[in-house]
Design a protein around this ligand. Structure first.
Ligand code: NAP
Length: 291
């Protein structure tokens, strides 16, 4: 398996003391429909994970809530013993119910149990980075986070976790968490068409904190817009490649974790994110999320 590869687009970023490539991979799509149960193609899912690492991916995003326990176990099966350069990051703060819902689970004892479950399912002694998932399936929801984030900070002090992040959170909740313990990364919904976090992206860049957009390709309904199609046609590129390249251009603290269950799409995304965008391209794309 490859060490940190300079060939993937975007170069590197440092999460606390962990160096990762800015082109990473999000594992959520490897679970079954509705992020519940096993994938239809188990061997295909394993192949996607191995291909990601072979391409030089060093940042894989997961959660024990995916499946639940499906993607973590796939990651372990495909990649353990893990290469030293690979950092698998996970999230706690929600569990799954039988209907596929994501009920909140942020009491200190629930967070401890989820951290322990992630350690077990990934087969590691320390988790490199754990996000506290705030909000709910509809997005960020106002409310205090200090107690829950403090509980994770205690687990970090115990040595179960190296670094902490916050996900699906408002800017105020990010600041509240930062007052409790260092936050190395924020993971929120953001893409070419959803720019609600523009100010937060810039603030975090100034503080040296990573911003990891989830749904970088639009999630369950892939990004479509006439401006995106026009730029993609001009560059003879796929629209989703342009969307990834735009994110890498947007700010140096943005790390990509596009999801896919397909080796072909993974390769296409890894190549496409490296597209060079001109000032004219960027100006045209900039109109999409600001309309
Ligand atoms: N913190 C949170 O609350 C939260 C919420 C959601 C997601 N996440 C994380 O963010 C990661 C990324 O989000 P996501 O996977 O939901 O959405 P995404 O990356 O925006 O989009 C994934 C979708 O795009 C398709 N796709 C990918 N590459 C493609 C290509 N080259 N051509 C055509 N279609 C392509 C995939 O289908 P195929 O499988 O067919 O390629 C899949 O349906 C997740 O994997 C997860 O780790 C976090």
């Amino acid at each position: 398996m490859s060490a940190l590869s300079p060939s993937l687009p975007g170069g590197t970023w440092t999460l606390g003391d962990l160096t990762v490539g800015r082109f990473g991979y999000g594992a959520m799509q490897l679970a079954g429909p509705g992020v519940m149960g096993p994938p239809a193609d188990h061997d295909g899912a394993v192949a996607v994970l191995r291909e990601a690492v072979d391409l030089g991916v060093t940042h894989i995003d997961t959660s024990d809530a995916y499946g639940p326990r499906v993607t973590n176990r796939l990651i372990r099966e495909a990649l353990s013993p893990y290469p030293e350069s690979l950092h698998v990051v996970t999230k706690v703060g929600a569990r799954r119910d039988e209907q596929g819902g994501w009920p909140v689970a942020r009491r200190p004892e629930e967070l401890r149990r989820q951290v322990e479950e992630n350690l077990e399912s990934l087969g590691v002694e320390v988790l490199d980075l754990v996000y506290l998932r705030v909000g709910d399936a509809t997005g960020p929801v106002d409310g205090p986070v200090a107690e829950a984030f403090g509980a994770l900070a205690d687990l970090r002090e115990e040595g179960l976790v190296r670094h902490l992040g916050v996900s699906n959170a408002t800017a105020a909740q990010v600041a509240e968490a930062q007052a409790v313990a260092p936050v190395v990364s924020v993971q929120n919904m953001y893409n070419l068409a959803h720019r609600g976090d523009d100010a937060l992206v810039d603030r975090l860049a100034g503080e040296g904190v990573a911003y990891v957009p989830f749904f970088p390709l639009g999630g369950f309904s892939p990004l479509q817009s006439s401006a995106l199609s026009a730029v993609a046609a001009r560059l003879d590129a796929a629209p989703l490649s342009v969307a990834l390249a735009w994110l890498l251009h947007r700010s140096p603290n943005i790390l990509l974790i596009p999801g896919t269950s397909s080796v072909a799409h993974l390769r296409e995304n890894a190549a496409g994110a490296g597209l060079k965008l001109s000032g004219e391209d960027l100006a045209e794309l900039d109109t999409i999320g600001r309309k």
